[in-house]
Design a protein around this ligand. Structure first.
Ligand SMILES: Cc1cc2nc3c(=O)[nH]c(=O)nc-3n(C[C@H](O)[C@H](O)[C@H](O)COP(=O)(O)O)c2cc1C
Length: 245
């Protein structure tokens, strides 16, 4: 394995951070590495809010369902999908802009995720730990108000960055055959592959150093699909001006 692939395959989320600040020069390098990600039509449909105010960090930690590492990590970022800047630029250039297209929601969300993952990998390459925070979508309206987000901008997820104060094991992934298909979507072996993965995950949860539990991948998924997860998102996105057409 080359060092880049080794780095990528040793990723694990970090939820406990040292009380040590990331130097500003390094922080900016990470963001620039994020900007270097591929971007749909060069639109760069994102804005990052670097949340430095400690009260706001605490408030977001609560709004995200009680996730203390949002307040305790060195730097907390909210990655926002942003169709405001680009559509306004096109408008100034003379375009009769169509807003609220579902395709724009996809473009902005994909751009945002790609840039965030570049930031994450760059951070890990410097020995930092990261944890994505989808929990900010528990209360996206409150988060948007706190960050003063305008229309056509929505918070996709947060990202904790900092020096790790834990060394969790790497979490297994599905077998390659489950997620990589040749030519067409053949799911004839999927159930067997998931069964196999469930036993692997059971062993992982039993053996890992922190928060052992008796469960499988399939069981862990149950609450995601038995209750409606974040049913407010459609109205929230529509009201922000995303994905109504
Ligand atoms: C978009 C996204 C949102 C996530 N949101 C949260 C979160 O709110 N809180 C948290 O502790 N972990 C969160 N995670 C981390 C996942 O739980 C984690 O990546 C997954 O369990 C795999 O573990 P690993 O990252 O250690 O390999 C999120 C990950 C992603 C990609």
């Amino acid at each position: 394995m080359n060092p880049t692939i080794e780095l990528l395959t040793s990723h694990r989320s970090i939820r406990k951070f040292k009380d040590q600040a990331i130097p500003r020069a390094l922080f900016e390098q990470l963001i620039r590495a994020g900007q270097a990600a591929a971007t749909s039509n060069h639109v760069q449909a994102y804005t990052i809010i670097h949340v430095v105010n400690p009260q706001n960090r605490q408030k977001i930690a609560e709004l995200a369902g009680g996730q203390p590492y949002i307040a305790s990590c060195s730097d907390f970022l909210v990655f926002c999908a942003d169709m405001k800047r680009a559509t306004e630029a096109a408008e100034r250039a003379g375009a009769d802009v169509a807003r609220g297209m579902t395709e724009q929601l996809l473009v902005a969300s994909i751009d945002t995720a790609l840039m965030a993952q570049n930031v994450a990998v760059a951070a890990e390459s410097e020995g930092l730990g990261i944890c994505y925070i989808g929990g900010i979508r528990n209360n996206p309206q409150d988060v948007s108000e706190l960050l003063n987000l305008p229309a056509h901008v929505y918070p996709v997820f947060g990202l904790c960055l900092g020096y790790p104060d834990q060394a969790p094991e790497v979490k297994p992934r599905l077998p390659l055959d489950a997620i990589l298909k040749e030519d067409t979507y053949d799911d004839s072996r999927d159930q067997a592959l998931v069964d196999h993965f469930d036993s692997e995950m059971r062993q992982y949860y039993q053996a890992r150093t922190g928060s052992n539990k008796e469960t499988t991948w399939s069981e862990q998924l149950m609450p995601l699909f038995t209750s409606k997860l974040r049913p407010h998102m459609k109205d929230f996105l529509n009201q922000r001006g995303f994905g109504v057409k």
